[in-house]
Design a protein around this ligand. Structure first.
Ligand code: PRP
Ligand code: URA
Length: 211
């Protein structure tokens, strides 16, 4: 499967860890750790095009020119609840990130996203904003989250998911063609309840032990 503006990760470490996430016998503690580690590994690629500036530093031997992140700051926006599981791994790589929150749940009947919380830092207007959600199923939640961010003035948005479905990927490409998608892997289908098949089940429930 090849889409323009979509990066699907073929890195062996990411694929290895996703296999344990999918396994129904993986408990919440390990599930949280795996989501954390996968998000950290994915962040390496998502941040590949961050601007750098030249700086002079003094090593114990001599002056040296080096490169540092030029800013402006990056904003992480986890979609509650499951997106929260991806924050820590990225924050440990980039401790200066700002964090906004968007609360959405899918109505079980209509599968439409229902908003219950939205708090975003002013800085979403500048720099890179990364929307975090392990699951991209119908794409309704991610599309709504990106819409809120655009209404708040965000211009440079990327979407990071661990497991996507073709339906969700195609929905985002249609609704937000300017937003690059980074997906650990993409499954072919949704089941009749709108769950990704085979997917990993309900990411929020598995992360927070609310089955
Ligand atoms: C899950 C998931 C996404 C959404 C994906 O959240 O974390 O936000 O479903 O589905 P979609 O692409 O069809 O919109 P859920 O609604 O289960 O809320 P929760 O994280 O609070 O459990
Ligand atoms: N939300 C989840 O947590 N899992 C799915 O498969 C679809 C939506």
């Amino acid at each position: 499967m090849k889409y323009e503006n979509v990066t699907i990760f073929d890195h062996p470490l990411i694929q290895h860890k996703i296999s344990f996430l999918r396994d129904k016998n993986t408990g919440s503690k390990d599930f949280r750790q795996l989501v954390d580690e996968i998000a950290m590994l994915m962040a390496y690629e998502v941040t590949r095009d961050l601007p750098l500036k030249e700086v002079e530093v003094e090593t114990p031997i001599a002056k040296a020119m080096a490169r540092q992140l030029a800013g402006p700051k990056i904003t992480l926006v986890p979609v509650l609840r499951a997106g929260l599981g991806m924050v820590h791994g990225i924050e440990s790589l980039i401790p200066t990130v700002r964090i906004g929150h968007i609360g959405l749940y899918r109505d079980h009947e209509t599968l439409e996203p229902v908003e219950y919380y939205c708090k975003l830092p002013e800085e979403v207007k500048e720099g890179l904003t990364i929307v975090l959600d392990p699951m991209l199923a119908t794409g309704g939640s991610a599309s709504a989250a990106i819409r809120f961010l655009k209404e708040k003035g965000a211009k440079h948005i990327k979407l990071m998911n661990i497991i996507g479905a073709k339906t969700g990927v195609e929905r985002i490409l249609k609704d937000h063609p300017d937003v690059p998608i980074y997906c650990g892997t993409v499954d072919e289908v949704l089941n009749s309840n709108g769950y990704i098949n085979p997917g990993l089940g309900d990411a929020g429930d598995r992360l927070f032990g609310t089955l």
